[in-house]
Design a protein around this ligand. Sequence first.
Ligand code: AGP
Length: 579
Amino acid sequence: MCGVFGYIGGPRAASIVLEGLRKLEYRGYDSFGIAALGKTLHVAKRQGRIPEEGFDIRGLAGNAAIGHTRWATHGVPNDTNAHPHLDCTGKIAVVHNGVIENFAVLKRQLQERGHRFLSDTDTEVIAHLIEEVYEGDLPAAVNAVLPALEGSYAILALAKGDKRIVAARNRSTLVIGIGDDALFAASDMTPILEHTRRMVVLEDGDVATLAPASVCITNGGAPVDREEEIVQWSVEDVRKGGFRHFMLKEIFDQPAVFSEAVRALRNEELPGIIRDAGRVTIVACGTSYHAALVFRYLLEEKCRVPARVEPASEFRYYPPPLEGLVIGISQSGETADTLTALQMAKARACPTLAIVNVVGSSITRLADASLFMNAGPEISVAATKSFVAELAVFLHLVDVLKGGACAYELDSAHLAIEEALLLDLTPAVACCRDATDIFFVGRGPFYPIALEGALKMKETSYIHAEGYAAGELKHGPFALLSPETPVVAICVPGETYGVMASNIREMKARGTPLIVLGQKDDRDMQEISDVFIPLPFAESIAGLLSATVIMQLLAYHTADALGRDIDRPRNLAKSVTVE
Ligand code: AGP
């Protein structure tokens, strides 16, 4: 996600902000920029990473500066879309983290009133709105503009002639740091910690005015007191939001990720090529491939759209006869196999749709149309929140295609994720941590969830794990079942309950330790299993999400118990850009 950082105090403002932006790098970003205020306002911004050397800030003199790391949501990553954004006069500079949901309406109105826009971002409207009301008092101008903004924001603004930084917050974290002779404002504590441990966390609706020696906070125009905290955390603690690993942080981000993915998609027009798709081929790798397998069940069962799912690495060399829409699914948007598969589909004149997390990535540039997951940057190599965001996108598509068929799930599934996050998995972890092999089994759409559970377990804990369609175990893998080989089985109410229960009994007869995820009042499964995990909302699509979260946490805690390098498993890369 984007990060903002501002400083007011001594004369090295721009270089302090540049160093602070480096501390925000962990949030993920595709471009960066700084505005510094001295006698005049200077801006430098650029697509790409902050270079170790060669980014010249000598022209950015002044004792106040604001900076930004951008993770593109509105407009591709390029120099122009990088923040800060300026008004028409070049006197007002704004950086922003969040989404201005009504920016399109505001932009149209501003253009009608003669404002010239340079970027495709939502943020630029803020600078032009401030321009309209600015009469030499920046806090007054920002306060006047905020009621027009719908959405989330952590905003920092500077204006030529006004020696203050104005910071405003709504649904996007903004922290003020209080130093001996300097003040700071940032998206989180990370860039502030090396300067001061005295912090104030702003609340929604707060506007903070940072002058060289004082900070004043108002809400709705009236002054408010916000408690100052002395933060004891290390920089590393803060980067992970208090979680020990990014993987755990990203797992816990998922209720919000699911809701945000749905919110963002509901504000978008669905590309025509998906509405008209008579037949669909889906290509993806790894976790995205498992998500695609869930998508196939949804498309076929709910929409009666025939769908075929291919691992992109296979499709590349053994392409099936192609007809209809080809969908590429990728968190990074850079996976070489998925990119090549989509290139081949285009070469055969098939319409292509990308479902991607990273805006401006190669796959989005190639595809005819793109839908975004809006999951924010995923840092841990093991994909977690992107899988949940992918499911949110699929449910939304099915919902639109079937006239509201998944509206209930889209509005409530985050609750299932929240409940799953509260479960105590200690007995299940104890069952897994000493195993050398684990099987994960499910049926129907829970089969890909089992595949994903096994992938998470093997890549984080290094325990050999296999996902199977439950009925397949007796066709060979049964030879491996023993008291040393745990099986994680998902057994939910519905058509396959009876046959799944029989499969589980067959495994029990082989002495296998059984971890069963089932409906919470399922007495049979409680009795037969060694560890029973009640599945929140087992009977609905939300059960897919809660089972996913349980699988992720089981893998995480097992890997943690074994002391693995959880965020950077051996031999793996986050983005696989080679075939
Ligand atoms: C999953 O935990 C892995 N990191 C990996 O399987 C990943 O899902 C795969 O490489 C595909 O990545 P993509 O979604 O960025 O294309």
